[in-house]
Design a protein around this ligand. Structure first.
Ligand code: NAD
Ligand code: UPG
Length: 440
């Protein structure tokens, strides 16, 4: 079948390519002509393992195209996915929905036959119903336009795998409508459903809430273990051993219990804030106040890392050479949105340190977002003359570092492991001062 995907960023480009991989004809639509040109040429404008292969294979097969033209998109299909960004508003907790509304305001007037718009962006509860009313007001096809919500749960770094083998598919529909959305979406995902991926049909607000609740839970789990880290730091306990022991309880589980520098990225931080803002608008102010604490615990880890880095160089950052390994918000991604690593690097610089940042994939994005930091093109270059090394993103290249790899480069043997991914004993035995977060 045919579909379009509006917004070809991390989510949209992946969705478009993967829907083509399932055998559908797909047209990706973006307002950024540069992005459209790259994607059309088979180039992924960001780092996402495995995506380039899927993209090229499907472009070559003639199933996947990209355009900036809404007119072409409206003519191309009757099933339209909406995957544009919903960032945090400047200076507020709430989500900025201007891109989502812009898609509806531009697309709907072009819809002159029955159409289904399926939202995948993460939005505050109530948005889908509002978008549906607006689309029907603007569309020549009026009541024949239906808006449904199919939240996306993919993780960056595993986007292709998560799209082609998701844990579940959730579809929220407007029960007052024809049921066409369910029919089309079930047909689109037929191969996944046949592979026994659970398909959960619900109403619009529930679908919207599933998404933000999932991210709120994940953020809470990370902040829970990071709060325990603070107690470990006060007592000399080791949070990594503690998390392993907790994780054996199947009711708790080990995943998302990695203590360290905490969560960042284009999703968890802004989603929990938008969730709090929306709950407030709905008069449920008390319900999510715990998320404020989740956010605070998370941000405190970043200042703790700065504190450990400062201690590692003897108490003052002024003039100290600091190597920061990692800039992406997590490994296997070049995404630096709300990156804990860059936040720490920036704070160290503000305190007078000379900071050198290295990341295997995220340097271009880092330079664009934080042009005032110094960037190195290798671990060795970042560590040259360093008074302390800070490991901020657990890329394999950094996990596999051995003390000998840094000998001859650093000025002092001090390392702060912000992701608790190094063997503390090995580094200590090699004469290094090793500090981890939540490790005694
Ligand atoms: N990145 C993820 O891993 C992920 C996973 C699940 C959900 N989400 C959600 O998906 C949404 C998109 O996130 P993202 O990370 O892909 O964002 P992104 O910034 O990478 O991509 C958004 C894209 O939308 C395009 N765009 C903006 N306005 C447009 C318009 N009017 N018409 C067409 N294109 C337009 C932009 O040019 C950009 O390419 C957000 O709501 C996010 O919370 C993201
Ligand atoms: O035990 C852990 C696990 C993760 N993190 C950090 O948490 C952040 C988010 O990690 P992850 O959830 O893997 O990355 P995202 O790609 O942002 O994915 C989240 O956000 C997406 C966008 O909403 C959702 O689709 C995914 O399901 C959800 O996991 C990163 O900074 C990680 O370093 C930890 O600190 N400790």
């Amino acid at each position: 079948m045919r579909c379009t995907v509006f917004g070809t960023g991390y989510l949209g480009a992946t969705h478009a390519a993967c829907m083509a991989e399932l055998g559908h004809e797909v047209l990706g639509v973006d307002i950024d002509p540069g992005k459209v040109a790259k994607l059309s040429g088979g180039e992924v404008p960001f780092y996402e393992p495995g995506l380039a292969d899927v993209l090229r294979r499907n472009i070559d097969a003639g199933r996947l195209q990209f355009t900036t033209s809404y007119v072409d998109a409206a003519a191309f299909a009757d099933l339209h996915f909406l995957g544009v960004g919903t960032p945090q508003k400047k200076g507020e907790y709430a989500a900025d929905l201007r891109h989502v509304y812009s898609v509806i305001d531009t697309l709907a007037p072009l819809l002159d036959r029955p159409a289904v718009i399926v939202g995948k962006s993460t939005v505050p509860v109530g948005t889908a119903a509002e978008l549906g009313s607006r689309a029907r007001e603007l569309a020549p096809a009026a009541d024949e336009v239906e808006v449904a919500w199919n939240p996306e749960f993919l993780r960056e770094g595993f986007a292709v795998e998560d799209t082609l083998r998701p844990d579940r598919l959730v579809l929220g529909v407007d029960r007052a409508r024809s049921g066409r959305a369910e029919v089309l979406v079930r047909e689109l995902y037929a191969d996944l459903i046949a592979d026994e991926v659970p398909f959960l049909l619900t109403d619009l607000p529930t679908a919207e809430l599933v998404k933000v609740s999932a991210n709120a839970f994940l953020a809470t789990k990370i902040s829970f273990i990071n709060a325990i880290s603070e107690v470990c730091e006060a007592t000399g306990a080791d949070v990594t051993a503690l998390a392993d022991a907790l994780g054996y309880d199947a009711r708790i589980g080990r995943r998302f219990l990695n203590a360290g520098l905490g969560f960042g990225g284009g999703c968890l931080p802004k989603d929990i804030r938008a969730f709090m803002a929306r709950a407030g608008e709905l008069g449920a102010n008390q319900a999510l106040t715990f998320l404020r604490e989740v956010d605070s615990i998370n941000m405190r880890r970043r200042t703790k890392m700065v504190e450990l880095g400062t201690r590692a160089v003897g108490g003052s950052l002024l003039g100290a050479n600091i190597a920061v390994l990692g800039a992406a918000f997590k490994p296997e991604s070049d995404d630096v949105r709300d990156s804990p690593a860059l936040n720490v690097a920036g704070m160290m610089q503000l305190h007078g340190a000379v900071v050198s940042v290295y990341d295997p994939k995220a340097l271009d994005n880092s330079r664009r977002l934080f042009p005032t930091l110094n960037y190195a093109t290798s671990v060795a270059e970042a560590c040259a003359g360093a008074d302390a090394v800070l490991l901020a993103t657990e890329w394999d290249e950094f996990r596999s570092l051995r003390p000998a790899d840094l000998e001859g480069h650093v000025r002092a043997r001090a390392i702060v492991d912000g992701r608790n991914c190094l063997d503390a004993d090995e580094w200590t035995a090699a004469g290094w001062s090793y500090r981890g977060l939540g490790r005694g």
